[in-house]
Design a protein around this ligand. Structure first.
Ligand SMILES: C[S@@+](CC[C@H](N)C(=O)[O-])C[C@H]1O[C@@H](n2cnc3c(N)ncnc32)[C@H](O)[C@@H]1O
Length: 277
């Protein structure tokens, strides 16, 4: 295939088409001035199809019915950034307040269920798993569910394989040495931790009632992409998946208004938790 230069300008009608498509497909609201995001993230798909511009891709999407390309376009527009033990104050709150509470309340069943909603490549779910082991809960019946819209990141999470740059972010060396082994340029998570979490492809805008009940739900750094209506619907669904008294954790910089009906907001150490009413 001849090398092609990408034309930088997206026609206004195509920009609106992509915005509306992204909103319908993933729920993400992209502002009017993010041309570079469409240009850069869709470039690999444009190249793969032998096209030369975002405008060409829009014409393709208008005329062809190709479920795989549709999915690829949606996934390409999601931001998947994540890292181990992101927002340490939350893990500290879990370790010092939630774990002791659950150890007391669940001493008979010894069973705990956590959900990493919008889990991306799995670091959030595996950080929880390592924390549980570190705190002596390894013999308990632990279920950690990780879910994401993107099947690409779900498959990566399942593999438990991380690049050097990923294990350099947030993961203490002691845990790297304890739970990972080096394989060429990559690091492979041991089966003990990997088996504590399972991953599925789930759109957060769908009904989630049947997934619960959970003791803790992480829904971090994803609400920022949604509009108020979508956020509210998701919050209501998340509430329905939590045990009464269960914890919801949002991203460090995220806040959602009008949650009092479903959650009590509480400060623990340097973080804020939402307790299901
Ligand atoms: C920035 S990452 C956050 C990962 C992790 N929760 C963290 O805080 O480190 C956001 C994730 O949300 C996922 N996402 C976006 N829209 C979604 C939707 N409608 N349903 C489920 N996941 C979605 C993306 O695929 C992406 O992996």
């Amino acid at each position: 295939m001849a090398s092609q230069t990408l034309t930088p300008s997206i026609f206004p009608e195509n920009y609106r088409f992509l915005q509306q498509r992204l909103y319908a497909q993933v729920g993400i609201v992209l502002e009017d001035n993010k041309h570079y995001l469409f240009e850069s993230r869709l470039a690999p798909i444009i190249k793969q199809l032998g096209l030369s511009s975002v405008n060409d891709l829009c014409a393709f999407l208008h005329t062809e019915r190709n479920a795989e390309i549709d999915q690829q376009v949606g996934e390409a527009m999601t931001t998947n950034e994540t890292y181990f033990f992101r927002d340490p104050a939350q893990y500290e709150a879990i370790r010092t307040v939630l774990f002791p509470k659950l150890m007391e309340e669940r001493r008979d069943t010894k069973s705990i269920r956590f959900w990493s909603a919008a889990s991306s490549t799995g670091q959030e779910a595996y950080s929880l798993a390592m924390l549980l082991l570190q705190e002596g809960l390894g013999s308990w019946n632990i279920q950690i569910l990780g879910t994401d819209f993107s099947s690409t990141v779900v498959n990566r999470a399942r593999s438990g394989i991380y690049q050097q740059i990923e294990v350099n972010r947030g993961l203490p060396t002691s845990l790297l040495v304890k739970h990972f082994c080096r394989s060429g340029m990559e690091w492979k998570l041991d089966d003990t931790v990997r088996r504590m979490a399972r991953f599925e492809t789930i759109d957060l805008r769908n009904s989630m009632r049947t997934l619960g009940p959970f003791d803790l739900v992480f829904c971090r750094n994803v609400m920022i992409y949604f509009d108020d209506k979508t956020k509210r619907n998701i919050m209501k669904e998340l509430h329905s998946t939590l045990f009464r008294g269960g914890w919801l954790l949002l991203g460090g910089a995220e806040s959602v208004f009008g949650l009092d009906e479903w959650f009590e907001r509480r400060s623990v150490g340097n973080t804020t938790i939402y307790i299901a009413r």
